[in-house]
Ligand binder design. Structure first.
Ligand SMILES: NC(=O)c1ccc[n+]([C@@H]2O[C@H](COP(=O)([O-])OP(=O)(O)OC[C@H]3O[C@@H](n4cnc5c(N)ncnc54)[C@H](OP(=O)(O)O)[C@@H]3O)[C@@H](O)[C@H]2O)c1
Length: 357
């Protein structure tokens, strides 16, 4: 593998100069590894369904411009900083889009998407790790070498771990038919749980039931808008230990939040990972009387990445078709627009789109 001075001086990258103009392909300087970082050659970078709404500004996420966009990716280490003792050029790695400060892990940001909520996270994004994966090379913080494309699975794992989901327990996942909701079903099954999947669309629920790896441990309950009736249908599946919420902003006001909380057993747990923009009313009296515990989660912890790999290595969690995943399209960097459109149109559980710079 190339040493630092063998890296090309320039590279091809997608550059967002401002949210009011489309990105362009540019030739830019190749990043250089410094103490605490590595430069990786990006092999395949993930595309999330709302990618175009991030970079046209309609999601209103805070990030500096100009910026090389992107999210999690699979890459090979090209060069490492002088203090690396484990990572080697040539290692196959998972480029995690969640970046944390070395000296204060609460300074955390979402690479090239959101600068996070602290002055430290904004500084780290703006001044050090601004550019990301839609380029031939990317500068990344050095961490342990990881091997796969697992970003969708990691997100729900963060929340499911918080609520201590255990083998044999029952968890409601709602809504379960989007990319992250579907991933939550797959991860909960891999953790040994039984899942009650909720969604408005009966066809999407039927598709989910068909592609999950453990059909006998998945039940579906449609969200009908009748909160009490949906709660009664949930309860028909026996004692329910936990509820994992991953509603999009569009589901603000959906009845599923109340139905699911009301269906929980005494001492049940709730993970709130949904992207609601407004406050969400909750059944306070039931939460108080039943000793329910509510956890919020943004993304996942660093240790969760290692846990997910253990689930993969043990065979409990599977990638590819066997694990309910479908690659919808692979695009070169120049076809970024087609990739973003394909991702927006393929927002069903398990579907993914990649950019190969
Ligand atoms: N906390 C975090 O760190 C984190 C990380 C990633 C994502 N998120 C949030 O998670 C959300 C969900 O992600 P996703 O990729 O699974 O799905 P998505 O593509 O954002 O949304 C589609 C899902 O939402 C459901 N839905 C849409 N409108 C609804 C409504 N009005 N009422 C009830 N359900 C509705 C759909 O179900 P139907 O089949 O009924 O249409 C489908 O399950 C994202 O929008 C994001 O805000 C949070």
């Amino acid at each position: 593998m190339a040493s630092s001075n063998e890296l090309p001086r320039t590279m091809k990258a997608l550059v967002v100069k401002s949210t009011s103009e489309p990105p362009t392909i540019e030739t830019v300087p190749t990043p250089q590894a410094t103490v605490g970082s590595a430069v990786v050659r990006v092999l395949a970078a993930n595309v999330v369904s709302y990618m175009k709404n991030i970079y046209n500004g309609s999601r209103n996420y805070a990030f500096p411009t100009p910026i090389i966009p992107g999210t999690s990716a699979i890459a090979r280490v090209a060069t490492v900083g002088p203090d690396a003792t484990k990572l080697q050029p040539g290692d196959l790695v998972f480029l995690d889009c969640v970046v944390r400060s070395r000296d204060d892990p609460s300074d955390v940001f979402l690479a090239a998407i959101s600068e996070g909520g602290t002055p430290g996270s904004a500084k780290l994004m703006r001044e050090v790790y601004r550019d990301w994966a839609y380029a031939e090379y990317c500068l990344a913080p050095e961490s342990d070498p990881y091997l796969a494309h697992i970003s969708a699975l990691l997100v729900p794992y963060g929340g499911l771990k918080d609520i201590e989901l255990q083998a044999g327990q029952t968890v409601i996942v709602a809504p379960a038919t989007g990319p992250f909701g579907g991933a939550a079903v797959i991860v909960a099954l891999a953790m040994g749980a039984r899942v009650i999947a909720m969604g408005r669309n009966k066809d999407s629920l039927a598709r989910l039931k068909k592609i999950v790896p453990s059909t006998d441990r998945v039940h579906t309950v449609p969200i009908t808008g009748d909160m009490q009736a949906d709660c009664a249908k949930l309860k028909k599946h026996g004692e329910i230990d936990a509820y994992f919420d991953i509603g999009p902003r569009e589901a603000q006001g959906s009845t599923h939040i109340h139905s699911a909380i009301l269906a929980l057993r005494q001492g049940g747990r709730v993970s709130l990972m949904g992207g609601y923009l407004q406050d969400v009313p909750i059944p306070h009296r039931i939460i108080m009387r039943r000793n329910l515990r509510l956890y919020g989660k943004w993304m996942y912890e660093r240790s969760d990445v290692a846990d997910i790999f253990k689930l993969l290595e043990s065979g409990m969690l599977k990638l590819g078709a066997e694990g309910g995943a479908e690659l919808v399209g692979k695009f070169p960097l120049e076809q970024w627009r087609e990739a973003w459109d394909a991702a927006a149109e393929s927002a069903l559980m398990g579907q993914s789109v990649l950019i190969k710079p």
